[in-house]
Ligand binder design. Structure first.
Ligand SMILES: CC(C)(COP(=O)(O)OP(=O)(O)OC[C@H]1O[C@@H](n2cnc3c(N)ncnc32)[C@H](O)[C@@H]1OP(=O)(O)O)[C@@H](O)C(=O)NCCC(=O)NCCS
Length: 183
């Protein structure tokens, strides 16, 4: 039996952003089980955590029409990270967040900003959101730089409880220029 081609949502000059499939599980494990890549998430995921993450993404595709997608290098066909949109509760509001996570071997080449900019614009033009958010741990300078390069500014602070740790976060956002009522 041949599996259906995964749904492609976005193409950028160097990347394809498409839905994850079961065939991506080895690449997803390489990404989520790499200590350096997962430093901001308190370290590498276990096999069970990778599987739960994958299932959660499939649920999001189904319920919302978007989620964190696989970021595929168009030159090599290799999955080098994840980027996409997820619904989150930030500062007690139900919002849309752009998320980005690339294997450390592919940092410092502009892939995260390239992918996340396309996702930001997708949220503005196809989901018609008034704002797009990014929640960033206050120790994660690289991620803050991505948010700033997306045109985001800090809208608040909060503490997230994750993997048994209190993690202070900054809430970044950018207003959709198509709407005037952006307060
Ligand atoms: C957050 C994360 C994606 C940022 O990665 P990054 O490599 O710093 O960001 P980019 O891919 O946009 O690359 C930007 C850098 O590439 C450089 N660059 C090189 N070639 C480039 C090009 N062609 N276009 C744009 N920038 C380029 C930029 O100058 C910039 O340099 P800097 O690293 O000195 O700031 C990465 O650190 C990561 O995956 N971390 C783990 C997961 C994580 O923390 N996710 C965020 C959770 S909130």
């Amino acid at each position: 039996m041949t599996s259906a081609a995964p749904t492609v949502h976005l193409m950028t000059p160097r990347l394809i952003l498409r839905e994850l499939t079961e065939e991506d599980l080895p690449s997803l494990s390489t990404l989520l089980q790499d200590e350096q890549t997962m430093h901001a998430y308190e370290g590498a995921f276990s096999n069970d955590m990778v599987h739960a993450w994958f299932c959660r993404m499939l649920e999001r595709y189904d319920s919302d029409g978007y989620g964190l997608w696989a970021a595929i290098n168009r030159d090599t066909g290799v999955m080098i990270g994840q980027c996409g949109l997820t619904r989150q509760t930030i500062l007690d509001r139900d919002v849309i967040e752009v998320g980005y996570l690339f294997h450390h071997a592919h940092w410092h080449q502009g892939f995260a900003v390239e992918a996340a900019s396309a996702c930001r614009d997708y949220a503005f033009h196809h989901v018609n959101e008034h704002k797009v958010w990014a929640q960033v741990r206050d120790t994660n300078i690289a991620s803050m730089n991505v948010a700033i390069r997306l045109g985001m500014t800090v809208r608040g602070r909060f503490v997230k409880h994750y993997r048994g740790v209190d993690m202070p976060h900054l809430a970044f956002a950018i207003n959709n220029p198509r709407f005037t009522q952006n307060a």
